[in-house]
Design a protein around this ligand. Structure first.
Ligand code: ADQ
Length: 489
């Protein structure tokens, strides 16, 4: 009976990412509870109306037994999610090892880990082997669920080996790959022992996307210099086959933030924050606690500012919200204690018995609390040493239409390309420059603030996450159609 109801045919989009957009908690041998994480990618893809999205990825938990796997698969199916089961050893070597210890720092210009550079090539090789193995496991799941006409969109540095695995299964599969981090200069990429294999695999995709034109250009030069292939304005050509390479700058679901500001509980929260910080200017930092975010550099710049501007002591407060991530990695633990030490020193130096200059929180905030904070902020400080895009800067701008605060933004964040004209751009390594920009921001006349804000606000509401996803997916669809036409001529 159901089949008789005419439903418009929608092409399926298989979204493949390391993590599924749900957290799974085991309640019993065969029962799971699931929590959807409303990340940017989820809302972006909800906006892609012409396609019906399915998610394929790791659920973030180790499920060694078959009963548990079956039950989880069933529970996830209701959320249109398909799990890839990775065992603990693979996760350790692939995710913690190759992804987060090698590719992540390298793509952010932090270089390869020293011990790998010196002697233990064995560990590098075993991590790369695990990376390939994990990518192959993703490919198996994608292949098992693939139906003719589906479009497959692979995400991020975790899955660079996936396009090739997929094309080996089926050359007709429409495969796109998008990188959320920077793609570094070819001179950085060429230090990677597996540089060529990864480039070749990515080139197996039909469309390769980056946040900025610079990253796309770096990728094309890596292919020309390391693989000796030809770069064209459209992409990279290899024996007559073209892989399209282009920039697709991501955005946010700006309407969601703007709507949230109208909610009574958010308004209430805004009122409380205003009372709490009355008479002081509020500066805000919101980051995952990661070395790429330049949190110590930001704190040192704030310290420098207070040192040089006694007038502002007690009249400005910095709220730094840092969600811990990858807490089992030693470098991240070191970063946490370094940040705590700097905050303690600055608060000791410039605090009074009743007020401290820095409030530092080591945790994540819920969406409504975050919106309220963005709304009461006078100056946001985004000092990433490198950042693919940086969505915090976009979220801040979306919540500032009443206040028209100032954004201080690292020139090494992808967002500097789009919000550069409205923000104060800084080199986060130059503590003196960042300190001066804090002064400039706090003293900026209302008229200039308004002009800068309008520029950024317009950009943020016009270039949404939905538009980003729609553009990528439709271009992917078209690219393959063209390629098929060419080969059938
Ligand atoms: P991230 O490195 O995670 O993303 P970002 O783009 O800033 O960086 O996104 C972080 C998200 O987490 C934002 O939506 C923010 O609101 C949220 N968040 C951060 N700290 C939080 C906290 N303390 N409490 C609650 N929420 C918090 C990667 C790349 C980026 C790229 C994105 C998208 O590193 O460069 O912009 O993917 O492609």
């Amino acid at each position: 009976e159901e089949a008789a109801v005419a439903r418009p045919f929608r092409q399926r989009l298989l979204v493949v990412a390391n993590r599924l957009p749900v957290s799974a908690i085991r309640r019993g041998e065969d029962s799971w509870s699931l929590e959807i994480s409303a990340g940017g990618l989820v809302s972006a893809l909800l906006g892609v109306k012409e396609f019906e999205a399915r998610w394929i990825g790791w659920a973030g938990v180790n499920v060694p037994d078959e009963i548990g796997q079956k039950a989880l698969t069933k529970a996830l199916a209701e959320k249109r999610c398909i799990p890839v089961f990775l065992d603990e050893e693979v996760v350790h070597q692939y995710y913690n090892g190759y992804c987060n210890n090698i590719l992540w720092p390298l793509f952010h210009y932090l270089g390869l880990p020293q011990e790998d550079r010196l002697a233990t090539t064995r560990s590098f090789q075993s991590q790369f082997a695990a990376y390939k193995k994990a990518n192959q496991m993703f490919a198996d799941v994608v292949n098992a669920h693939y139906e003719e006409g589906d479009v497959v969109w692979c995400h991020d540095y975790h899955l660079m080996y996936l396009p090739e695995c997929l094309k080996k299964y089926n050359t007709k599969m429409k495969v796109g790959w998008f990188l959320h981090t920077p793609f570094p200069s070819s001179e950085i990429h060429r230090t990677l022992p597996s540089r060529s294999e990864l480039l070749r695999s990515v080139l197996a995709a039909d469309l390769v996307g980056f946040h900025t034109y610079d990253y796309a250009r770096h990728f094309v030069s890596a292919c020309t210099r390391i693989l000796g292939l030809e770069g064209t304005p459209e992409g990279v050509e290899d024996q007559g086959r073209l892989t399209r390479v282009a920039a697709f700058p991501i955005g946010i679901d700006s309407a969601r933030f703007i709507r949230a500001l109208q909610l009574p509980q958010v308004q209430e929260h805004i009122k409380e924050l205003k009372e709490r910080f009355a008479g002081r200017k509020v500066m805000l930092g919101v980051d995952r606690l990661d070395m790429i975010k330049g949190i110590p550099q930001k704190l040192l710049a704030f310290e420098k500012f207070l040192e040089e501007n006694p007038y502002w002591r007690g009249k400005v407060v910095l709220l730094q919200i840092a969600v811990p991530t990858r807490t089992d990695v030693p470098e991240y633990q070191k970063l946490t204690s370094q940040v705590h030490e700097i905050v303690g020193r600055i608060n000791g130096r410039f605090g009074t018995l009743t007020a401290v200059p820095i409030h530092h929180l080591d945790r994540s905030l819920d969406f409504h609390a975050l919106c309220a904070l963005y709304a009461v902020t006078d100056v946001a400080l985004v000092t990433s040493l490198r950042d693919g895009m940086n969505l915090v800067s976009y979220e801040f701008v979306a919540c500032q239409d009443a206040k028209k605060g100032v954004l201080i933004l690292s020139e090494f964040a992808g967002a500097a390309q789009s919000l550069g004209a409205g923000a104060i751009l800084v080199n986060p390594w130059n503590i003196i420059e960042v300190a001066a920009s804090i002064g400039q921001a706090l003293n900026m006349p209302a008229e200039e603030r308004e002009k800068r804000h309008c520029h950024n606000f317009h950009h943020v509401i016009m270039h949404t996450a939905q538009e980003w996803a729609e553009t990528f997916v439709s271009e992917l669809n078209d690219t393959v159609v063209e390629a098929q036409l060419r080969s059938s001529e």
